[in-house]
Design a protein around this ligand. Structure first.
Ligand SMILES: Nc1ncnc2c1ncn2[C@@H]1O[C@H](COP(=O)(O)OP(=O)(O)OP(=O)(O)O)[C@@H](O)[C@H]1O
Ligand SMILES: [Mg+2]
Length: 212
């Protein structure tokens, strides 16, 4: 197939200009860090810039190695924590139940986007706060990851719609989060499903990937 040079150039331009945006935020973070009152905010800004750069790098990379799931979960929880703080979200407790040594194929930032999108949805559903439980295990030929929350769950009538781009019960401009999740999971040979918990109220998202 012929490479699409105009979209390739558009992508390179986007990466170039986003790097300028990151540069400006980094400079501002350095200035803020000099004031002890804002050291916490400066650290959150620096972490966001690192993640922004990683997303851009992942997006343009051709080969990405297997990732240690426990490490990327730590990073996604930290990222979500910064975001919840910025959004003044109610208190969310993270619980994990990971089999040791789980690895997933694909980019670190891409998987972080999957997890952060699921965490943000869970936090938005749990208006009074609650818990997010992440579990991961390996079966014979698959890795199974699940993210469950203690919110109200997903109404049955919208379950078939939620992965469609621009489907949202929040805003007409929203509805991309789960589409991003599904695209990244599919790109890595996996399947993602949404359901409601059977043991207690809440939604549960299950990802099944080929074992590396
Ligand atoms: N954990 C959850 N609990 C209850 N409903 C959920 C949950 N996750 C997703 N949903 C429902 O699925 C819809 C689609 O989610 P999606 O992340 O794609 O879009 P969004 O969160 O509305 O907007 P965006 O992610 O683009 O900011 C949500 O509007 C919500 O109705
Ligand atoms: Mg969302």
């Amino acid at each position: 197939m012929e490479p699409d040079t105009s979209s390739q150039l558009a992508l390179e331009g986007l990466v170039h200009d986003l790097n300028n945006v990151f540069e400006t935020i980094s400079d501002a973070a350095e200035l803020l860090a000099a004031d002890p009152n804002y050291a916490f905010l400066a650290a959150a800004l620096r972490r966001s810039v690192v993640r922004g750069r990683r997303i851009v790098e992942d997006f343009t990379a051709t080969a990405l190695g297997p990732q240690d799931f426990a490490a990327l979960l730590d990073s996604a929880i930290e990222f979500a924590g910064d975001l919840f703080q910025a959004l003044d979200a109610p208190l969310v407790e993270f619980r994990r139940d990971l089999e040791p040594g789980i690895r997933v194929r694909g980019g670190f930032a891409a998987w972080e986007r999957v997890l952060v999108n699921l965490f943000v949805n869970a936090a938005q559903a749990m208006r009074e706060g609650g818990s997010i439980e992440i579990s991961a295990r390996q079966t014979g030929d698959a890795v199974e990851i699940s993210v469950a929350d203690s919110g109200p769950g997903i109404p049955d009538e919208i379950l078939p719609e939620i992965f469609k781009p621009h489907f949202s019960t929040k805003s007409p401009k929203a509805g991309l989060g789960l589409h991003i999740v599904q695209s990244i999971v599919t790109q890595n040979g996996g399947v993602v499903k949404a359901a409601n918990r059977t043991d207690s109220p809440g939604a549960v998202f299950s990802i099944r990937l080929p074992r590396i």
